[in-house]
Design a protein around this ligand. Structure first.
Ligand code: FAD
Ligand code: SF4
Length: 450
């Protein structure tokens, strides 16, 4: 039996709004899908989950129509199932090892996780008694949020310092509303505030307050500052009007309401090219489509088979009318007399021999250059770690790539400073960031009990 497919918003409606595309399971659908799970003895799905959720355990509870019971099992390892159920790449993690795949579709673990996150009825957390210890958290992305929730629940007074005016990190400023409704992230953050967690926004540690000052006031500091410094190609024309990094483009839309009446608008866009093939590129091009762009081109130098974006995002982008220009690479951006982007000069590529990673390298095809008429170019080539702390403290060790060096418990070279998420691993995933925050929090609790 194949898996129960999640209903999707109709393509024509999708491109006229930022409404969520995947509509979730009904209770009957969730139970039907849960019944496909074989409750395998060896649990291959669990070993492939980065945080080791007891997957057959929570699915069994869904079968029994005990949604709160399923939630209790998930939150032992992952505090935010409604978020992870939506954005985790399950197809390359737990679902890729599901035994059902041998004969049919794997069990739709992510869809079931999302169902539990959306439908449990524990809306309020019990306020724990304070234990007298104080921790500061730098950055309110998934790493900082998971760290904060565990320590706050264990009686620590937690204060989160966030550089932006809204909390949530990439969950708020990066991933668009049509994949992760902002209300879901906001609800989780509101629950944190209910349990002794204070949030200070518009505060850049390393500029407004120094890390050294935090150490004087707090018992521990956790750094979850992420990887938000965009990469560019270093080709001619990247400073022209109409060129954005994907982070800037998405932040203007998600955080500053550029799609509505905003003080931080976007220029009018008609013909848009996004360079890249990952989730960030898909988010940017699908957002451009929803802003009314007439032509939306995704430029990628390999083929669709090598694209790192999630399969579902690629499928949704194609359904929404995004034009994929695979085996194409930009050479330069051209401008009009007002410095506005007028076209993108591209060269065609072919796949050559495999590189060290085993992937076939793209090679330019001689004399195949051509111009593509565009007014907007968005670079979605990945991000470097945020550099502000590195440039402002000598308290902890950084690698040559700008990531923070930590031990197996996510402790830095300083006894009272921990770090986790993209600032440690480089750009990675939501669940890995959450897992790192959890590991650091658990180590602090263990140390304080000794
Ligand atoms: P972040 O989420 O980057 O949060 C860091 C926070 O720290 C930010 O709020 C930042 O403002 C703040 N900060 C930085 N410096 C300072 C400072 N000096 N002082 C105070 N605050 C500071 N992953 C998936 O698993 N699935 C997906 O579908 C997916 N899609 C993505 C789409 C986009 C557009 C992007 C950009 C990323 C996507 N990712 C996805 C990756 C994922 O979002 C990240 O791996 C994850 O958010 C990392 O979490 P983090 O807590 O380490 O950092
Ligand atoms: Fe269920 Fe698949 Fe995990 Fe087996 S591998 S327990 S069928 S989800």
């Amino acid at each position: 039996m194949s898996s129960v497919k999640m209903k999707l918003l109709n393509e024509n409606l999708r491109i006229t709004s930022f409404d969520e595309v995947a509509l979730g399971y009904s209770k009957e659908e969730a139970i039907m899908e849960a019944k496909r799970c074989l409750n395998c003895k060896h649990k291959p799905c669990v070993s492939a989950c980065p945080v080791g959720i007891d997957i057959p355990g929570f699915i069994k509870k869904i079968k029994e129509d005990d949604i709160n019971g399923a939630y209790d099992i998930i939150v032992k390892d992952n505090l935010y199932p409604a978020i992870c159920g939506r954005v985790c790449p399950q197809e390359t993690q737990c679902e890729s090892k599901c035994i059902l795949r041998i004969k049919s579709d794997s069990c739709a673990i992510g869809n079931l996780e999302r169902f539990v996150g959306d439908n449990h009825t524990y809306k309020e957390l019990k306020k724990p008694c304070l234990n007298g210890k104080k921790v500061a958290v730098i950055g309110s992305g998934p790493a900082g949020l998971s760290f904060s929730a565990i320590l706050a629940n264990n009686g620590y007074k937690v204060v989160i310092y966030e550089a932006m005016h809204k909390t949530g990190g990439v969950l708020i400023y990066g991933i668009p509303q049509f994949r992760l409704p902002k209300s879901i992230v906001a609800d989780e953050i509101a629950r944190l505030e209910d349990i002794n967690c204070e949030i200070i926004t518009n505060c850049v540690i390393g500029k407004s307050i120094m890390l050294e000052e935090l150490l004087e006031e707090y018992d521990y500091v956790f750094i979850g500052t992420g990887a938000g410094l965009p990469k560019f190609m270093n080709i001619k024309g990247e400073s022209y009007n109409g060129v954005y990094s994907a982070n800037e483009f998405l932040t203007r839309i998600n955080l500053m309401n550029a799609r509505l009446d905003s003080k931080t608008p976007l220029r009018e866009i008609k013909n848009v090219a996004v360079i890249g093939g990952g989730n960030v590129a898909m988010d940017a091009i699908r957002s451009a489509k929803r802003l009314g762009a007439e032509n939306t081109y995704l430029i990628y130098r390999r083929t669709i088979n090598e694209m790192p974006a999630r399969k579902a995002e690629i499928e949704h982008a194609l359904e929404e009318g995004i034009e994929f220009l695979c085996l194409n690479n930009p050479i330069s951006i051209e401008k009009d007399t007002f410095n506005n982007v007028k076209s993108l000069n591209l060269i065609k590529m072919e796949l050559g021999d495999p590189d060290e990673s085993g992937r076939r390298s793209p090679v330019e095809i001689k004399n195949s250059e051509y111009d593509l008429k565009v007014d907007t170019v968005i670079m979605a080539l990945g991000n470097y770690p945020n550099p502000i702390l590195k440039n402002s403290t000598k308290l902890i060790n950084f690698s040559k790539w700008g990531t923070i060096e930590v031990d197996e418990n996510n402790k830095t070279s300083h006894e009272r400073i921990y770090a986790g998420g993209d600032i440690v691993t480089g750009a990675a995933t939501v669940i890995l960031a959450m897992g790192a925050g959890k590991k650091a929090a658990e180590d602090i609790i263990k140390r304080d009990k000794l």
